[in-house]
Design a protein around this ligand. Structure first.
Ligand SMILES: Cc1cc2nc3c(=O)[nH]c(=O)nc-3n(C[C@H](O)[C@H](O)[C@H](O)COP(=O)(O)OP(=O)(O)OC[C@H]3O[C@@H](n4cnc5c(N)ncnc54)[C@H](O)[C@@H]3O)c2cc1C
Length: 318
């Protein structure tokens, strides 16, 4: 079932959903089940699975020489989605990127998803590879998520890259896209970013999932601006409970979001990470309750591969 149908059918009851990431190469599917099992009691209608592009590593091969290797540290997105649908009978939502994909790779990826009975995808550009500063599209790949949305929408209309194909099967993907209540880090300003978000919706995206945020006022303001600019699709807020003092610097650096004063002050006073976790959980519970009270029908949690804190939040909220 499509994410948008789950939201429509919720009938006033707030929905709980979450995102997991594939385990590091060398681990098995059981670690995914161990993350998901404790969260199943909150009846997630769907579970997102992130996609991780290749990275470059340099191996010392002696004589002052370095060998460049291309590695995918977290493969398995499609397999995990199939395993989730098979084991839990819950919709899995794979993320798909522009980065590292040619248009043909994208088409073949989508065909695999369609054959597996996966109805939803989140279409993202992806970041630059870790050793580079700026995002580079593949030769014959997509530069922006809006172009990826166009390709998925075309496949939904039976338009494949090979225009000689006749009577082609039409896929039926529900398409999610990412958005940034505090602006994407590369966007010159908020309004421009909003225009490009609107472009993704105009090209066929069905819903939006936001980057994590810690100040609900920013999210409500963002929703307001989206609605004023003519964006009518569901906007799913993404939340993450903080768990360590180190995240005070890591989260703003990596995700370009602000942490509110009141939260920072409490965390700085905490004597250890157990105390930080408690503060992070309580903050996230308050955020969730306020969002639900504002009649937002669903809250999405970034688990980062660990379910215990999300579970503690969900127990108080759902
Ligand atoms: C909910 C969510 C889930 C995510 N999941 C993953 C994941 O699984 N794997 C992963 O690697 N990353 C993931 N990311 C991170 C994401 O890939 C990065 O934030 C990336 O830098 C931007 O992706 P996007 O799809 O928002 O890009 P886009 O929508 O393409 O926007 C990227 C930048 O380009 C600008 N822009 C857009 N269109 C144009 C245009 N036509 N001309 C000029 N500028 C333009 C935008 O303003 C923005 O600054 C996720 C992000 C979110 C919010």
């Amino acid at each position: 079932m499509k994410v948008t149908e789950h939201i429509q059918n919720a009938d006033g009851k707030a929905l709980f959903s979450f995102e997991i990431l594939p385990p590091l190469k060398g681990q098995n599917i059981q670690c995914i089940f161990d993350t998901i099992d404790p969260l199943m009691e909150f009846n997630p209608p769907f579970i997102d699975v992130t996609y991780h592009r290749e990275e470059y590593t340099y191996k010392d091969v002696g004589n002052g020489l370095l060998e460049k290797k291309v590695v995918k540290k977290r493969p398995g997105t499609v397999g995990i989605c199939a395993a989730i649908q098979n084991k839990y009978k819950v919709d899995a939502v794979p993320h798909i990127l522009c980065g590292g994909f040619t248009k043909e790779d994208t088409e073949n990826f989508l065909i695999d998803l369609d054959f597996l009975g996966i109805d939803n995808v989140v279409a993202l550009r992806g970041d630059a590879v870790k050793s580079e500063i700026y995002f580079k599209a593949e030769k014959n790949g997509h530069r922006y998520a809006s172009e990826l949305v166009t390709q998925i929408s075309e496949l939904n209309n039976g338009i494949y890259l090979d225009d000689e194909l006749e009577n082609s099967h039409t896929t039926n993907f529900c398409i999610g896209v990412g958005a940034y209540p505090e602006k994407h880090m590369e966007a010159p300003n908020f309004d421009t970013d909003l225009q490009f978000l609107k472009q993704k919706i105009d090209k066929g995206a069905d819903y939006i999932v936001t980057q994590m945020f810690f100040d609900n006022a920013k999210f409500f303001d963002f929703v307001d601006k989206c609605r004023k600019s003519g964006i009518e699709v569901p906007i799913i807020p993404g939340l993450k409970p903080l768990t360590t003092k180190g995240q005070l610097n890591m989260i703003p650096h990596r995700f370009k979001v602000d942490l509110p004063d009141a939260l920072v002050i409490e965390i700085l006073k905490a004597k250890d990470n157990e105390a930080v976790k408690q503060i992070g959980i309580e903050w996230c519970i308050q955020q969730s309750k306020e969002i639900i009270a504002a009649e937002i029908p669903i809250v999405h949690y970034y688990s980062m591969g660990k379910s215990d804190t999300v579970k503690r939040v969900a127990k108080e909220v759902f």
